[in-house]
Design a protein around this ligand. Structure first.
Ligand code: NDP
Ligand code: 2IT
Length: 449
């Protein structure tokens, strides 16, 4: 083992020793640190400055009680969090997740990913993540509002346009951001537009933000495929999820001429051999907030299968996981490959396990890693902050053009580092190195903080 490999191993051991239960966090730290060894070898000063030890320790974590009353008048108590991971290159930036599975390990993993993802966008944003174990499923609008108001009544003291700028993630979309913004404004008694992103268009939101993560994923994948002279036209695509990321990934994939045959939620997946009818999905998920199995009652020839993992058994050329972490394990990765899948692009955060990623790389499946491929959402969030500062709104076309440019730049930067360190198709290594370098240099310049 080289000196820097040993350094990385020591830091991984430290992370495990400090928080033995935080498996998701340990995995993402491992994914990043084991791939940046070549950068550490070029810069021994990072080890001397204990840079990795500092990076794996969040700058600040807040957890808080969120009490609220449901429609029956019963008291409910949830737990709220904000992990402020790294502010070297800008205010903490990253989404809020409302899902019963939320815990500190998941939020630390998401915040750690966010630091390098945000760096890749080239925009001045640090990394953070937050959320709650609140489950929005089955709750009325009134209950969601009460929860959001209580959540913000504590969170407001930790955020601000120059401090920390949350946005959406699983379970947090336009409705929740609206309630959160209203309560923040009421408490602060000031119109700080850029305290949250993903806002509605009537109060400081940016055109294209809703579409940005899904569109950005397809722009990234298209760049990757163009470099191999592969067209998206006529390709069969399997997508998981039916939320914000999945819906706009389906839309852009279809615009590029691909045939998307699946979508899913946590209960099961839909297979539509004629190609997913996106209007029906939008009606079910965005308007009715219903379950995806409804799809088969409205579209002839479509099938519904219980269990979301089954989606990876559907034959495809391209797989785009857009639901949640660890949805593709080694078995699913092998099944995809055996069925002829040649390309995987991650719309969700860490949807492939470490073993699945290694399998894709070893088997020459073109792999677009999450922190590069899904960075379009946060990139347009940063553009929303720019528009708020200017007190101007850009057109859809202008934001979309910038998004395309940002995704191309991320792809090229990741590719550049992958080539530099001798593994040209390994965009996991390439994007980790590219994202890491900027954060590392900013931290070095700012002294021991
Ligand atoms: P949404 O809440 O809009 O949609 C999430 C989708 O994934 C739903 O279909 C949901 O099904 C499904 N899902 C959630 N949890 C699970 C689970 N444990 N098992 C199976 N399916 C599940 O979230 P987003 O679309 O915003 O987020 C999807 C992914 O993309 C997440 O990993 C998120 O971190 C990532 N991401 C989001 C960005 C954004 O801008 N929104 C930006 C970059 C990444 P159900 O309705 O049954 O819960
Ligand atoms: O994972 C992510 O990048 C997001 N959920 C978006 C974060 C943001 O600040 O827009």
């Amino acid at each position: 083992m080289s000196e820097m490999q040993q350094y990385v191993q020591d830091v991984l051991d430290l992370v495990k020793k400090r928080d033995p239960d935080q498996v998701e966090f340990q995995n993402t730290v491992k994914e990043v640190l084991t791939t940046i060894v070549p950068v550490l070898e070029e810069n021994p000063k990072y080890k001397a400055a204990k840079l990795l030890e500092r990076m794996v320790e969040p700058e600040r974590i807040v957890t808080f009680r969120v009490p609220w009353t449901d429609d029956k008048g019963e008291v409910q108590v949830n737990r709220g969090y904000r992990v402020q991971m790294n502010s070297a290159i800008g205010p903490y930036k990253g989404g809020l997740r409302f899902h019963p599975s939320v815990n500190l390990s998941i939020l630390k993993f998401l915040a750690f990913e966010q630091v390098f993802k945000n760096s890749l966008t080239t925009l001045p944003i640090g990394g953070g993540k937050g959320g709650s174990d609140f489950d929005p499923k089955g709750k009325s609008d009134n209950e969601v509002m009460k929860f959001c108001q209580s959540f913000m009544t504590e969170l407001y003291r930790h955020i601000g346009p120059h401090v920390d700028v949350p946005a959406g993630d699983i379970g947090v979309g336009g409705r929740e951001i609206g309630f959160l913004f209203g309560q923040y404004k009421r408490i602060r008694d000031a119109y700080d537009s850029a305290v949250l992103t993903g806002k509605g268009l009537t109060y400081g939101g940016s055109l294209t933000r809703t579409e940005a993560t899904g569109y950005g994923l397809l722009y990234f994948v298209k760049n990757m495929l163009d470099s191999k002279n592969i067209s998206l036209e006529g390709k069969t695509v399997v997508i998981s999820g039916a939320g914000n990321v999945a819906i706009y990934a389906i839309q852009k994939a279809q615009e590029f001429g691909a045939k998307v045959v699946t979508c899913s939620d946590s209960n099961g997946y839909v297979y539509d051999p004629n190609g997913i009818n996106l209007d029906v999905v939008k009606q079910i998920k965005e308007v009715e907030r219903g379950r995806i199995k409804e799809y088969v009652n409205r579209v002839q020839g479509a099938e519904y299968h219980e269990g979301c993992r089954g989606v990876w058994t559907v034959k495809c050329d391209i797989a785009l996981p857009c639901a949640t972490q660890s949805e593709i394990d080694l078995d699913s990765a092998k099944t995809l490959a055996a069925n002829g899948c040649k390309v995987v692009g991650e719309g969700a955060n860490m949807p492939s396990t470490l073993e699945a990623i290694q399998y894709f790389l070893d088997n020459k499946i073109l792999f677009a890693p999450a922190k590069a491929a899904n960075a379009g959402g946060v990139a347009v969030s940063a553009l929303e902050m720019s528009q708020n500062s200017e007190r101007l709104s850009w057109t859809f076309e202008e934001v979309d053009e910038r998004l395309k440019g940002i995704m191309k730049n991320i792809y090229e930067n990741a590719k550049k580092y992958a080539e530099k360190f001798g593994d040209p198709d390994n965009l996991v290594m390439g994007s980790n190195c590219a994202g890491f370098v900027k954060v590392a240099e900013a931290m070095m310049a700012q002294g021991l903080v």
